[in-house]
Ligand binder design. Structure first.
Ligand code: WTA
Length: 641
């Protein structure tokens, strides 16, 4: 296998950053962070340019950037482009059915954002209010986010695939009084009844107003006084709306993400640092040039959708493509069909999608003209070299650089990646630290490892896009990220650094699963399983899955007298789907009379993980188990799943 791959020289002419530039910029970003980030901050229009740049400490934990700056991110994504780009397409949208398309120019986007912002104001939303969005992938999702940013409201986008229960939990946690949704959304030819889900989630809740965007035309119930059609409400509002001046550290959004314990946490991002981080990473990593069509396939319900469908592209005056549906509808050539029809220049997707499409062979790719493509990207999970090569060779015709971007909901934007034109690529490695990023590999004892090494990935210094707190629970923020290794941000990922300084993410080292690029806490799935009256205990682990990266493996013990059955298995899978959403559906259920525990009663997850991974030979020490004989029966059970 070729270890280092350089794209053809023609493909990386005049990139924003050469190898020399990278070396100089990265060095300066660490030696003179204030100077470096003050320069990058000029990508943004400020009402008051900050005089204080980096202001953070990891011990005690207190993070701020551009502290005395004043800006509005909606202004930066919309209004400021009007003089030069009013007629340029800002959002290019394609619906679930091929060819159903809509475009919003920057002028059109401005009009819609102002309308939505005035609807929110009309209903009484003001600066600091939390607004929950539960939307399909339609332009109004981006419009609603920008409208919140415009009036200083804090959006909390909940992925449209989450269940009513999951939605309710997220609405309650941040005490949202406003919800924006649609009648429904379409995915792969199927209707997702968003409004009906909202109705279920809101039973007995304090939510005061719901704005409903008419999209699918499906019948919905409207609750008098609470629910408002967007088209009706928006028809009579004023057509201007000032941008609220925001302090750089005023909250921009909350986004819930899974951790290793407890309920999902509300990751809070603030305005100035996030703006600079997403604008800067978008510019360099995707090497974006004016006029190009950028397509990030993520849903706006995930951080990738926030940073690289909406804020990063629009802050750069780009044309961002939004797609409502799924990659295999009506067939598995859909992505390439859209690349051809919309002449997409930059395509950014998840390894799980690449693996699924790779399975279908080259023909569906080759039948479409992909000559518009200039750059490819991946995000969300490690990419296996085989899938990387297929992406590079078959999709990109060995012509387009591939950026494998490592980052997290918590980091706001891309942290580790190669830069096109600056670096050779290594299939399977995310690459090198972005500007301002100082990764450290740390062993279990907290020692920082030098040179080529494997360890837990920490980041030694703050960067502008870093989350600031867990909404409503700062102690949890400190506990989760800054106590394992004092004075460092701990990512939760394991990682290897090679002799060239490239980083190879090996996956989570905590109880977080990464299923098809989506984060899920094992504890969340366990809590759902034990809701069933027949279930006594459950332990959930990940195991390698060809397409999804990780599959969900559930060990379940039943209360005395209950029998395992296929019907029960189906019921349990349904229960998890109902509680969390389809993405959390268990792949394998393993009924066992008991779970392996230490004598003090602690479940030995290490053993459960190994068994799920079919790694029977490396179970390690089982002598501390209360019932060592259980291991054989678990292995036997695994063989039968
Ligand atoms: C994983 C998604 C390897 C990692 C932006 C991280 C990756 C988690 C990569 C964050 C990558 C993300 N290579 N692993 N390029 N990108 N991950 O919060 O385990 O949904 O901690 O953010 O995804 O997932 P999240």
């Amino acid at each position: 296998m070729q270890d280092r791959i350089l794209p053809p020289a023609k493909a990386v002419q005049n990139t924003h950053c050469t190898a020399q530039d990278y070396a100089a910029l990265h060095a300066r970003s660490l030696s003179d962070p204030d100077g470096f980030w003050a320069d990058q901050a000029r990508r943004i229009d400020w009402d008051r340019f900050p005089t204080r740049i980096a202001g953070w400490s990891y011990d005690p934990v207190d993070i701020s950037w551009f502290e005395d700056g004043i800006l509005n991110l909606c202004f930066n994504c919309v209004d400021r482009h009007l003089p030069s780009r009013a007629d340029q397409v800002a959002i290019l949208w394609e619906g679930d059915e091929p060819g159903v398309a809509r475009t919003l120019t920057y002028a059109g986007l401005y009009a819609e954002v102002v309308r939505m912002a005035n609807c929110l104001k009309e209903l009484g939303a003001t600066k600091g209010d939390r607004v929950t969005l539960y939307m399909p992938m339609i332009p109004e999702a981006a419009v609603a986010m920008l409208a919140c940013a415009r009036i200083g409201a804090v959006h909390s986008v909940v992925f449209g695939g989450f269940s009513p229960d999951a939605l309710r939990g997220r609405i309650d946690d941040c005490a949202s009084r406003f919800v924006i949704t649609a009648d429904g959304g379409m995915r792969g030819g199927k209707l997702v009844p968003l409004k009906a889900n909202v109705d279920e989630a809101l039973e007995g809740s304090a939510v005061q107003s719901v704005i409903v965007v008419r999209h699918c035309g499906n019948a919905v119930a409207m609750s008098e006084g609470r629910d408002h059609w967007y088209d009706t409400l928006g028809a009579t509002v004023p057509d201007t709306c000032p941008c609220e001046p925001m302090n750089a550290e005023d909250p921009l959004f909350i986004l819930y993400t899974s951790g290793s314990t407890g309920k999902p946490k509300g990751v809070l991002h603030t305005t100035g640092g996030y703006a600079v981080w997403t604008a800067t990473t978008f510019h360099y990593v995707f090497d974006y040039r004016d006029g190009e069509i950028f397509w990030c396939t993520a849903d706006v319900g995930w951080v990738t959708g926030h940073s690289y469908v909406v804020y990063g592209p629009l802050a750069n005056g780009a044309t961002t493509l939004m797609y409502e549906g799924v990659p295999n509808y009506p067939d598995c050539s859909r992505n390439w069909d859209m690349v051809e029809r919309h002449k997409v220049d930059i395509f950014y997707t998840a390894p799980t999608a690449i693996r699924a499409l790779m399975r279908e062979g080259a023909a569906p790719v080759k039948k479409h003209d992909r000559s518009s493509l200039r750059l490819l990207g991946t995000v969300g999970e490690p990419i296996n070299p085989e899938a990387w090569r297929w992406y590079y060779e078959t999709v990109g015709d060995s012509r387009c650089p591939v950026v494998d971007t490592w980052w997290q909901t918590e980091t706001g934007g891309i942290m580790i990646t190669t830069l096109p034109g600056a670096h050779a690529m290594k299939p399977g490695s995310a690459g090198l630290p972005f500007f301002g990023i100082a990764p450290e590999l740390v062993d279990a004892g907290g020692n920082v490892l030098e040179g080529a090494a494997s360890g837990n990935l920490c980041i030694a210094r703050s960067w502008p896009g870093q989350m600031r707190t867990v909404y409503g629970d700062h102690e949890r923020f400190v506990q989760t990220y800054f106590t394992a290794y004092r004075g460092k941000y701990f990512t939760g990922d394991g990682c290897r650094r090679d002799e060239d300084g490239y980083y190879w993410i090996t996956g989570r080292v905590d109880d977080v699963l990464n299923v098809s690029g989506h984060r899920l806490g094992t504890a969340e799935v366990e809590s759902a399983l034990v809701l069933h009256p027949k279930v006594a205990e459950a332990a959930v682990v990940g195991y390698p899955h060809d397409i999804k990266g990780q599959g969900i493996y559930c060990y379940v013990t039943l209360i005395a007298g209950e029998e395992a059955s296929e019907a029960l298995e189906t019921e349990l899978k349904q229960l998890v789907r109902h509680e969390i959403g389809p993405i959390a559906t268990p792949d394998l259920l393993h009924f066992t009379p008991a779970l392996p525990k230490t004598r003090s009663g602690k479940i030995m997850r290490r053993i459960l993980r190994k068994i799920a991974e079919n790694e029977f030979a490396t179970l390690g020490d089982t002598s501390t188990l209360a019932d060592p004989g259980l291991v054989d029966s678990l292995i036997e059970g695994r063989r039968n799943t």
